[in-house]
Design a protein around this ligand. Structure first.
Ligand code: MLT
Ligand code: MN
Ligand code: ZN
Length: 298
């Protein structure tokens, strides 16, 4: 019995390199000078056999192919019991379309996220004879794989990009963006790949956790603007940054958390360069920079 996490994809939407991006990181990754990273997804097991995948990224086909623990054990059968979604963003749901070939699993999400899927008829490709869609209420605990329990809670966030209206509230608390508490073997881990701000009750919640996988989208809020790549700040995208007084490193400072691991890094984030100053600062502050294939035993 081992409670462990396997990072299938450590990058944010677009991955590293992103298909049409000529920034420094993307060029380095294209040349093989820094490790490439696929899009946001983490798999968890509590027994070394049965897995739950948290978020289904557009790269899930390759992610599964290179992860022996998630190879078929029989005809049409992967040791995958469920997929759980933390929001309706493309990088977290597009991979569902790959999982359409007669694999039984349960698809867990809030009612709001399930409604977004139901509103998109392409997801009818997931045959209900195999895929059971199950709503989880905030605060409700469910077993998502043998011996592994998940509980969802709201974190500040926004609706998916493709559902944004003329005005966008970027710190909505509700069913659009959730964090996940994972429990097995008497231990707690948290998975929070998108988080726009750090309310005091979130700090209270995380206190005592064995590990937290946290939103590492940007190093600083205006990073994409200063790189000339986008007009959007991290805040506008619903992501708090790593650095600065409002950043996640400051928010976790003094929290009793065993392992702190950044996931969902945007291609512009300097911590993706193993020799960058920012990487050293984050590691000195006790953070692990997640990367594809990394395993964390809890
Ligand atoms: C995000 O995390 O901000 C989204 O995945 C952005 C996107 O949809 O590309
Ligand atoms: Mn994303
Ligand atoms: Zn880039």
């Amino acid at each position: 019995m081992t409670f462990r996490a396997h990072i299938l994809g450590a990058a944010a939407g677009g991955g590293l390199p992103q298909w049409n991006c000529g920034c420094e990181n993307c060029n380095l990754a294209r040349r093989g000078d820094i490790p490439a990273q696929t899009q946001s997804s983490v798999a968890f097991t509590a027994n070394d056999r049965d897995w739950a995948i948290l978020n289904a990224s557009p790269d899930i086909r390759d992610q599964l192919a290179r992860t022996p623990a998630l190879h078929p054990t029989d005809l049409r059968r992967l040791p995958l019991q469920s997929v759980l979604l933390t929001n309706g963003d493309i990088d977290h749901i597009a991979g569902l379309l790959t999982l359409r070939e007669q694999q039984p699993f349960t698809l867990f999400a809030t009612a709001d996220i399930h409604q977004t899927l139901a509103d998109n008829p392409i997801f009818a490709a997931l045959n209900p004879a195999f895929v059971t869609r199950r709503i989880i209420a905030l605060g409700e605990s469910v077993e998502i794989a043998s011996g592994l329990t998940a509980t969802l809670f709201a974190v500040p966030g926004k609706v998916p990009l493709y559902l944004e209206g003329a005005t966008v509230q970027t710190d909505l608390m509700g069913e659009q963006t959730v964090g996940v508490r994972l429990q097995a073997d008497g231990k707690d881990a948290y998975y929070i790949p998108g988080c726009a701000a750090f309310p005091a009750d979130l700090a209270d919640r995380l206190h005592g956790a064995a590990a937290v996988f946290f939103d590492g989208t940007l190093w600083q809020d205006d990073e994409m603007v200063t790189a000339g790549l986008s007009l959007k700040t991290g805040k506008r995208m619903g992501h708090m940054s790593m650095s600065g007084p409002d950043g996640s490193m400051a928010a976790f400072d003094g929290l009793d958390v065993g392992r702190r691991i950044y996931v969902h890094m945007n291609n512009t984030n300097p911590v993706l360069r193993p020799t960058s100053d920012q990487r050293r600062i984050a590691e000195d502050a006790g953070w692990t920079i997640g990367q594809d294939g990394m395993e964390i035993t809890l």
